[in-house]
Design a binder for this molecule. Structure first.
Ligand code: ATP
Length: 270
């Protein structure tokens, strides 16, 4: 079961240099997550408990997973990922057991960065309905909170959670000692988009007149994931044309193609 729902990776290959446009957020994550992993003795000597976890919130595809991986890379830690949705729709007691397993695997592999994606799946505001499904989800969340409160044996395990639905979260999860740092990860601004275009074309054979500033100006609502998809699509246009060099026009065609798909599904639109 573990292997199926947990992703465990030692020191993943994502670095801060692969992330565009999130300077302030990166700084904050480094301070709160990296410092306690790198220099735990500082916290001991000062006599304070490091923050146990940070919560990253914002739209999909903006780099939340990347940030968690970059921290694990930088601190040479094990990256352990699980999606909140994997913790629901299980047999009674199974969600709580998976949470216990998750922390156990983290402790066995410390230093570790535990990344819980879609935390809203188990940490949404209490609903009035008393169906057993809800009660089971509640139990899973209680288990998570109790693991987070178990300071002494948490060791060198830091928790990063992520959500696209900040408004849905139960306040219990935001209490001090739990996710006491909330970091918003927004869509990139124009400058950020330009950097992200540069990052995702690093290994591409692009023509000198590809203008990243213009592309950044054009792609107003794009997330980092959208920009990555656009770069791949531009490469596909070159290949279809039997070229190994990617032109500005390929990026423009890619933009058009991707924006069109968005007509059917507004969530996917750039
Ligand atoms: P979700 O909420 O959907 O899980 P996320 O915020 O965790 O999304 P990531 O998985 O980090 O998003 O990003 C998906 C992909 O999009 C990354 O692998 C990367 O290629 C690209 N990407 C997203 N944001 C950025 C960014 N700020 N800089 C560079 N690339 C980015």
């Amino acid at each position: 079961v573990r292997a199926r729902v947990m992703q465990v990776e030692h020191s993943p290959d994502v670095t801060y240099a692969d992330i565009g446009g999130l300077e302030e957020q990166m700084q904050e994550v480094r301070e709160t997550v990296e410092m306690p992993l790198d220099r735990p003795e500082m916290f001991e000597q000062v006599g304070i408990q490091p923050p146990s976890g940070v919560l990253l919130y914002g739209p999909p595809g903006t780099g939340k997973t990347m940030l968690a991986k970059a921290v694990a890379n930088q601190t040479d830690a094990t990256f352990i990922k699980m999606a909140g949705s994997e913790l629901v729709h299980k047999f009674i007691g199974e969600g709580a057991k998976l949470v216990r397993d998750l922390f156990e695997v983290a402790r066995e592999n410390e230093p570790a960065v535990l990344f819980i994606d879609e935390i809203d799946a188990i940490a949404s505001k209490r609903t009035d309905s008393k169906t057993s499904g809800d009660a089971e989800v509640q139990r899973t969340m209680m288990q998570l909170l109790s693991e987070m409160d178990g300071f002494e044996d948490r060791g060198e395990v830091r928790i990063i959670a992520a959500t696209n639905r900040f408004d849905m979260l139960d306040e219990a999860i935001l209490r001090p000692g739990r996710f006491d740092r909330l970091i918003e990860i927004p869509k990139p601004d124009e400058e950020g988009r330009e950097v992200i275009f540069q990052i995702h074309t690093r290994k591409m054979n692009v023509d000198v007149d590809v203008d990243f500033a213009e592309l950044a100006d054009l792609t107003g609502e794009a997330s980092g994931a959208d920009i990555k998809a656009m770069c791949t699509e531009a490469g596909m246009f070159a290949i279809r044309d039997d070229r190994t060099e990617v032109y500005m026009q390929d990026f423009l065609d890619a933009y058009e193609k991707i924006s069109q798909t968005g007509d059917d599904d507004p969530d996917e639109a750039l």
